[in-house]
Ligand binder design. Structure first.
Ligand code: PLP
Length: 374
């Protein structure tokens, strides 16, 4: 049977290797896979069977995981802004580790002060991140005292601290700065009588998108350098967590699309059967992917790659490729994260179909999978 485009080829083995690499570099950490990056059940089940925990952003994600047999103690609810009904449902289900980063959320969580483990999300620099999260999330250091005072007033204990260095963080300086901030907030909180026990270092682990990235080992070196220093002061947190999404699912997927036509205007445009609304959403803010194609010839024609919809936002990025014709295949490597989870049926176009393979193919082996397509 030939596969049909658009497709997302997924490797469970790659998911496992990525998980295990993190696990061996961060042996003291509980890994909570961020299911927002790719929530296909085949991936969740693979990680569940490996002993992973999971990071969620909504009640819907939590109940989906519970339905797959994940115990509530292995789920963290790290969306810092949650509707009250979701907080209550999660607690009733036994999920109690929850992030917050505003006075409003302190007030909401304080209603459940005896049951919730409230984890403060601090703002850290997101430089070097291809998909920064600072601004919308995290409490800046000048507001830490106000948040902690409010917690005191409301009787809400501080269970821990979390941060996110920004998704696809391409420099270890991101973790260097974040760990310094984490130390400062732990010290401040303790001086105010709190006893935080959790440190959650979030996500940000980069995947190979064709640019230089730090290795997992080099990130671990920075994080452990700080933790070992904290340890000498008796300050090492009791529970260490991380929430990688892209670092686990990114390299486990290849998105495969076909050219449906080209158009020459002031520039050359290549239209594919997948675009911004069918998986390539992150391209609108600068993410690009390494490409493979079965089109013959030299890779010297510049094209603006765009999706099939009748919307001008549906424009991905410019790339050098061989001269393209209808039916040619373009494969986007490193596309296992934040692709299909964003896709819709906009304009009537199908989202990519997932196909599970033991290992991801390369070059001609990718194109061979799609050979008999009508
Ligand atoms: C709270 C939280 N944790 C973890 C992640 C996963 O981040 P990444 O995919 O960069 O590892 C995100 C991504 O947005 C997030 O918002």
């Amino acid at each position: 049977m030939a596969y049909k485009t658009p497709a997302l080829l997924l490797s469970r083995n790659r998911i496992l290797r990525n998980y295990r690499e993190l696990h061996s570099a961060f042996p003291d950490f509980e890994i909570a896979y961020a299911i927002k990056s790719n929530s296909f059940p085949g991936i969740i089940e693979t990680l569940r069977d490996e002993g992973s925990s999971f990071e969620t952003a909504s009640w819907a994600e939590i109940s989906f995981l519970l339905g797959l047999g994940i115990p509530p103690e292995k789920i963290v609810f790290s969306n810092p802004m949650k509707p009250s009904y979701a907080i209550e449902k999660a607690l009733d289900a036994g999920v109690n580790v929850m992030s917050f980063d505003s006075l409003d959320e302190v007030d909401k969580l304080a209603v459940f002060r005896d049951r919730v483990k409230a984890v403060l999300r601090i703002q850290v620099p997101n430089e070097g991140s291809m998909w920064p999260l600072t601004g919308k999330f995290g409490v800046a250091s000048n507001r830490w005292p106000a948040i902690l005072e409010r917690m005191k007033k409301k009787g809400l204990p501080l269970a821990g601290i979390t941060f996110h260095p920004g998704s696809q963080c391409e420099t270890i300086l991101g973790w260097e700065a974040a760990m310094k901030h984490a130390y400062d907030i732990f010290s401040l909180a303790r001086s105010m009588g709190f006893q935080p026990e959790i440190l959650n270092i979030g996500g940000g682990f980069p995947t190979d998108l064709g640019r230089p990235i730090p290795s997992v080992a080099s990130i671990a070196k920075v994080v452990y350098k700080h933790l070992n220093q904290w340890d000498t002061e008796g300050l090492k947190p009791k529970r260490l967590l991380m929430e990688p999404g892209r670092g686990i699912s990114g390299s486990a997927g290849i998105l495969v699309a076909r050219i449906i036509g080209t158009a020459s205007r002031d520039k050359d445009w290549a239209f594919l059967d997948a675009g911004v609304f069918s998986g390539m959403m992150e391209t609108i803010d600068g993410i690009t992917y390494p490409l493979e194609s079965n089109a013959p010839g030299e890779w010297e024609s510049s094209y603006i790659l765009c999706g099939p919809s009748c919307d001008s936002v549906d424009k991905m990025f410019t790339a050098y490729l061989p001269k393209l014709r209808e039916g040619d295949i373009i494969a986007f490597r490193g596309a296992g994260a934040y692709t299909t989870v964003y896709s819709s049926n906009f304009n009537g176009f199908d989202p990519p179909t997932p196909y599970y393979l033991d290992e991801l193919p390369e070059g001609d082996a990718i194109f061979a999978l799609f050979n008999d397509e009508e």
